[in-house]
Design a protein. Structure first.
Lengths: 137, 455, 426
């Protein structure tokens, strides 16, 4: 194989690599647009306590004391798996998944309820507020 | 979110495991590709050339050569068929591998080759000088270590195949210069070197022993001399020139030459010295992958019959011609260090790039430089006195030997020595087997070889 | 379409990549008349162009996975068309289009994970039906159903179904029942039963090659399930369990029947019958070197299964190891897309993990097997090996990944449930 053909071969391989790279970059840009789409689907909500806020990035969110929970509340009054947030058609709901201390939304003990903006959720000793996401500067 | 990330971790795990596998695969393919290639039909070996560019081994198998074109180098160069393992090609197949994974299969044929130091013309001349008799001849440049001639008879032309393998004479498939044989009186060189190192030059030169044609030693063994009338009283110079056995028997018995020191000295020279209790293991000299047997002997007691013969060159002593020749280099260079022989000058890879160039290397110091000079003087005198007509035109130092083999049924003629000439620094060793059954003469073989090398 | 610029650039670069390959074929290839090359070019570039025009009608938000799939499929088309001389491999071309179609089907079916989750029972039934089909039509030694004009390998279709069965959502895992004092999710038990059945069935079929694939899909599903058992599975228990499985594997190998052992330990260089394919494959790789002999110049197309089981070596020989590794890399990139653009639901994420497991294990079995690093099994590389069943099944799986990239979150339409309710009553 001559050097010319070798260069061609390498060029074709390089074109392939660049194409893959472009597609990965495209996927990155899609990730950004998907995030926008997600904020529409999820009604752009977040969960916050006094110290920090938790972004809600997927449609099923586990709240609990266990390390594998999506939102971890390290407090003995919270069960290991306490509650689950769910979103469908832009509507968030909270469900008790066998917690010991139960869930109180705006002071009412609930099993499964739809959440609205500025609802206050009490899990054991922890209080969280469900609200529109605020831009942080 | 943690749950999603957990899934991503598992995916990463699978992907990383696969990538690790791919990396291992790539490394493995790179490493083993030459092996895979050796099973391919498109696989062609490179050539082996002599110092003048003459082909010694045709790796492609396409060349057309007359019958017996390679017969003088057959069992030294060998081939890739697996019949002869201790040969240059068999031991250096990797260097001849006309393939590298990086360049893939080269369609026009690669340029991988081994360029040897051999001189095919001289080799052939030496081969022909044996006139069909068995034996071997080996010569090398004692300054650089380039092996110039290495031939043995009977031999084979591997390019014409191995038909009639079972009817071939024994020794056809082995390069005899690499294997041990009875050294005969050429062994006396080692004994002289040892004695000089142990006793000192002046003590050795002052020793005088008489020879009456035979000598009855202390254990009542009879050491015969080849001169039945005897040599009379001689010093070491005369004894070497006469190759007098009784002199050396008495020297071994002499109290100034303790056998323990002789053993030590022999071991230093490279002998595997056994005694009654221990059996020493024979080592090898490596010449570009070819294994050359080192010397061996058995020494038990200074007055023992077999021990004395061992120092004279019979008994249990066995030395390979190549090693005999290498000791000559230590004497010729007057350093006491042997020049290590090499066969490969350089190697080229598939693309013709030189990858491996030989360098001259030396052994450890075997004996002192002054001993080397003194022994050189003895051998030079011997050459001048006895060989100026039989090996005309060369300033040679030489020691002859006659080795009885097959329980005395046959006698081999040996000649070891070197040419004292800065232009043609050649050390050599010739073994002519069963010398009475052939018109060939060892001196003529040496002369032919030197003529061809020095022309 | 959210980003027309990136769509346009993706199109352009895919065409450039294929163009470079085709130019390489034109320059280095082994062909009798230029018409063959022109036909190939028309087919490949035509398919590219058609795809770019058709894609926007599907109104997705993301296209990267689809373009990646197109890139790989047309690469595969070029590879397959060049084996042993350039000519358009029409059969492979058509199965490639079938794979694109099945990818769309998979994508549309899985976009809404609630909908597909509701259909999980049908997935279980589907696996059962496929096994019965294999049992009835293939028997214990064959994996193929011969329809006369084409052959189908039903076991391939179990793979996407098993991925669907292994995918799970968090709420599904919270649906626990007490059995004998243990909190048990019924779905997990059913899944375990199904996987055990499938693996035993494959063992009985002597289709040993696909067992690791099923096992890997289940392993990913299993690992992603035991994360929620109230912290009973610590890392230590996991390691112990893992080593137990490994030990069991080793014991299984030691106690394996002779016909399995024969296939596990083959000294390929001294076995002309069992080692023939692999030795030829390795020689092909060695002869190809980094840059190959040129498209169509190889000899491996004379060896059985050159286009499926030892396709990696055939590519190595004609295109070079570099290209073959790149091909494997492309397949890795397509299954790694969920790492770049993460899914938004656990169901989709587990589905992606299952697809990733299936793809990597199949590729590993094929590539490392044909290179004699592990026992040689007749497994195909997704999309690269020829074979309609494998192409369509792999297309479905890539469809799942595409679905995870642009998901839809809606409850299943109440209309349908009403219809189902009606059916039940009637």
């Amino acid at each position: 194989m001559g050097s010319m053909n070798l260069i061609l071969c390498a060029a074709a391989a390089a074109a392939l690599d660049i194409c893959a790279l472009v597609l990965i970059l495209a996927s990155y840009s899609e990730r950004r647009s998907e995030r926008k789409a997600w904020s529409k689907i999820s009604a752009d909500m977040e969960l916050a306590d006094q110290n920090r806020s938790y972004a809600l990035e997927c449609d099923e969110i586990l709240i609990g004391r266990h390390a594998s929970a999506d939102i971890r509340l390290p407090d003995m009054s919270v069960s290991r798996y306490h509650a689950m947030l769910n979103v469908t058609d832009g509507k968030w709901t909270i469900t008790d998944i066998g917690s010991k201390s139960g869930i109180y939304v705006n002071g009412v003990h609930v099993q499964h309820v739809r959440l609205y903006d500025n609802d206050i959720i009490t899990l054991g000793n922890r209080r969280l507020i469900f609200r529109k996401r605020r831009e942080r500067n | 979110m943690k749950s999603i990330r957990r899934c991503q971790h598992i995916m990463t795990l699978f992907l990383l495991a696969f990538i690790a596998g791919i990396v291992a695969l790539t490394v493995r393919i790179n490493k083993q590709a030459p092996f895979y290639m050796s099973h391919s039909e498109n696989y062609k070996l490179g050539n082996v050339y002599d110092r003048n560019g003459d082909v010694l081994f045709d790796g492609s198998g396409n060349g057309d050569y007359p019958n017996n074109h390679f017969i003088d180098v057959g069992n030294l160069i060998g081939d890739d068929k697996g019949q002869m393992e201790n040969t240059l090609v068999a031991q250096n197949l990797d260097s001849l591998n006309n393939y590298s994974f990086n360049s893939g299969l080269v369609k026009k044929g690669g340029k991988a080759a081994i360029y040897t130091t051999l001189d095919h013309k001289a080799n052939r001349a030496a081969y022909d000088a044996f006139m069909g008799a068995d034996g071997c001849a080996v010569a090398y440049n004692y300054k650089t270590g380039e092996l110039l001639v290495c031939t043995s008879l009977p031999n084979i032309d591997p390019s014409k195949g191995y038909a009639g393998l079972e009817n071939m004479k024994s020794g056809t498939l082995m390069q005899k210069a690499m294997y041990r044989t009875v050294p005969g009186s050429t062994q006396k060189v080692s004994t002289v070197i040892s004695a000089m190192e142990i006793m000192g030059q002046s003590a050795l030169f002052s020793k005088k022993f008489s020879c009456s044609g035979y000598y009855i030693n202390k254990s009542d063994g009879k050491i015969d001399c080849h001169n039945t009338w005897g040599h009379g009283e001689q010093n070491i110079q005369q004894a070497v020139e006469n190759s007098c056995n009784p002199f050396f028997a008495q020297l071994v018995e002499d109290s100034d030459l303790p056998l323990d020191r002789v053993k030590e000295m022999y071991t230093k020279l490279g002998y595997a010295v056994s005694d009654d209790e221990t059996e020493a293991e024979v080592g090898y000299i490596d010449i570009d992958g070819i294994q050359c047997e080192k010397a061996s002997t058995k020494l038990t007691d200074p007055s023992d019959f077999s021990t004395q013969w061992g120092c004279i060159g019979q008994g249990k002593t066995l030395v390979s011609p190549v090693q005999l020749m290498m000791w000559q280099s230590a004497i010729a260079n007057e350093t006491g260090k042997m020049t290590m022989p090499h066969l490969i000058e350089h190697v080229t890879d598939v693309n013709g790039k030189t990858v491996d160039t030989a360098e001259t290397s030396y052994s450890d110091k075997l004996f002192s430089a002054s001993t080397a000079s003194a022994v050189k003087q003895i051998l030079m005198t011997n050459g001048a006195n006895h060989y100026q007509y039989s090996i005309p035109g060369y300033n040679v130092a030489i020691k002859s030997g006659t080795a009885q083999v097959k329980d005395g049924a046959e006698e081999n003629a040996l000649l070891v020595g070197f040419v004292d000439d800065t232009k043609n620094p050649i050390a050599f060793c010739v073994v002519l087997e069963n010398k009475y059954s052939t018109p060939a003469v060892a001196e003529n073989i040496v002369t032919t070889m030197l003529n061809s090398l020095c022309s | 379409m959210s980003n027309p610029v990136s769509y346009f650039f993706s199109c352009v670069f895919v065409i450039i990549a294929h163009g470079a390959m085709l130019f390489n074929v034109f320059q280095n290839g082994n062909y009798e008349s230029v018409n063959d090359v022109i036909t190939l070019c028309t087919a490949v570039i035509g398919l590219d162009a058609a795809y770019f025009i058709v894609m926007p009608f599907f109104k997705q938000r993301t296209y990267a996975v689809d373009f990646m799939l197109l890139l790989i499929l047309n690469m595969s088309n070029i590879f397959q068309s060049c084996f042993g001389g350039v000519h358009l491999d029409l059969k492979h071309f058509i199965t490639g289009i079938a794979a694109l179609v099945s990818c769309r089907i998979g994508c549309i079916a899985c976009r809404n994970h609630r909908w597909i989750q509701d259909k999980k029972k049908f997935v279980w039934v589907g696996i059962g039906v496929l096994m019965i089909v294999i049992f009835l039509f293939c028997g214990s030694r064959s994996m193929w159903i011969d329809l006369g004009f084409m052959t189908i390998q039903p076991s391939e279709f179990i793979k996407p179904l098993l991925v669907l069965a292994c995918a799970t959502s968090i709420s599904e895992q919270q649906n626990k029942h007490k059995v004998l004092g243990f909190n048990v999710v019924y779905e997990n038990l059913i899944l375990f039963g199904i996987v055990a059945a499938v693996i035993l069935f494959q063992w009985w079929c002597r289709d040993l090659g696909s067992i690791p694939t099923f096992a890997a899909i289940y392993a990913s599903g299993f690992l992603l399930r035991i994360c929620y058992p109230k912290a009973k599975f610590s890392k230590k228990t996991l390691i112990i369990a893992g080593s137990c499985v490994a030990a069991a594997g080793i014991v299984a190998v030691i106690l394996a029947p002779p016909y399995v052992k024969d296939r596990l330990f083959v000294d390929i260089w001294n076995d002309d019958v069992n080692g023939y394919q692999q030795t030829k494959a390795l020689i092909g790789i060695a002869e190809g070197g980094w840059f190959g002999k040129g498209p169509g110049e190889g000899f491996l197309h004379n060896v059985v299964a050159y286009e499926s089981d030892i396709v990696f070596s055939t590519i190595c020989e004609e295109w070079g190891l570099l290209y073959a590794l790149m091909t494997a890399l492309m397949l890795l990139v397509i299954v790694a897309m969920p790492l770049v653009n993460p899914p938004r639901s656990y169901y989709h994420a587990t589905m992606c993990a299952g697809v990733c497991a299936a793809f990597t294990v199949q590729m590993a079995l094929n590539i490392f097997g044909s290179c004699n690093m592990i026992p040689f099994t007749g497994v195909t590389i997704p999309f690269i090996s020829a074979g309609g069943s494998s192409m369509v099944a792999s297309g479905l799986m890539i469809g799942m990944i595409a679905a995870a990239q642009s998901p839809v979150f809606k409850n299943p339409k109440p209309k349908k449930s009403r219809k189902q309710a009606k059916r039940r009553t009637s």
